[in-house]
Design a binder for this molecule. Structure first.
Ligand SMILES: [Zn+2]
Length: 259
């Protein structure tokens, strides 16, 4: 199979496969917040509803060839489409190189795809769909029975990840009488726990809170948003989890070495 190919060819194949998956992730990102089916009907122009031909659906290449416009109505095609396709392609190639073939690679790629979809939807709609987070918890736990971090660390990860954010959300609500953190964030961090285990989930939460605070302060200082500007925390959880799942173990070893 793919691991029998020369390394450079395997990387290109992984990237090409990733671009195709990215094309599907775009469908999820566009349709899930609208409550539409992700399997039916075929992709169409959001402006004139004309169904796309197969050659208008080639990842990245079609966007470039069409110069970002629909051939029928000249309506603009969001730059999000080629961006997500390129990101997914890069993620597949990097993960292939970093993890090597095996079940951990598959687990991390499924996890990465879920994070990418949640990141994009939360950024635009301030929403983390149950259709991703709830199956994500189950799938993450199922992978963990057979590969890292093991079923026990995964189970504790689900309880710790979901539990901490649930308590924070409850405390915030009782003090401020308004919702600061949504239950979507709670379920998303439980999903992170299922895939990477409780240690890396705590690291994810630290990274997400830290980067969220920095960006939040920057927005306040530059007066782009007041204290109550609702920053979508899920986007920071996604970034933190991506870092934790890749360089996290090295960071933890370094940190424990300091103690
Ligand atoms: Zn159109």
């Amino acid at each position: 199979m793919i691991d029998a190919l020369p390394p450079a060819v395997a990387l290109v194949a992984a990237a090409a496969f990733g671009a195709l998956i990215g094309s599907f992730l775009n469908v999820c990102i566009y349709r899930l917040p609208l409550g539409k089916s992700i399997v039916w009907p075929a992709s169409a122009c959001p402006h004139c509803n004309r169904e796309l031909f197969w050659y208008e659906n080639i990842p990245i290449a079609s966007y470039v060839a069409l110069r970002g416009r629909c051939r029928t109505c000249a309506g603009p095609i969001s730059i999000r489409y080629p961006l997500i396709e390129a990101l997914t392609a890069a993620m597949f190639a990097l993960a292939w190189w970093y993890y090597g073939p095996g079940l951990l690679l598959v687990s991390r790629l499924v996890f990465g795809c879920a994070l990418l979809v949640l990141f994009a939807i939360d950024l635009e709609h301030h929403l983390l769909p149950n259709a991703i987070t709830l199956p994500g918890i189950i799938v993450g736990f199922a992978f963990s029975v057979f590969t890292e971090p093991g079923w026990l660390a995964s189970l504790i990860g689900i309880l710790v990840g979901g539990g901490i954010l649930f308590l924070v959300a409850e405390a915030y609500y009782r003090v401020r009488r308004e919702e600061g953190l949504g239950m979507g964030d709670v379920k998303m961090l439980a999903m992170v726990g299922a895939f990477v285990g409780w240690q890396l989930t705590l690291l994810t939460l630290m990274l997400a809170s830290f980067s969220g605070t920095i960006i939040g302060l920057a927005l306040i200082i530059t007066k782009r948003g007041g204290m109550k500007y609702a920053l979508p925390f899920g986007t920071f959880i996604a970034l933190g989890a991506a870092a934790a799942a890749t360089v996290g173990p090295a960071v933890l070893r370094w940190y424990l070495g300091l103690l």
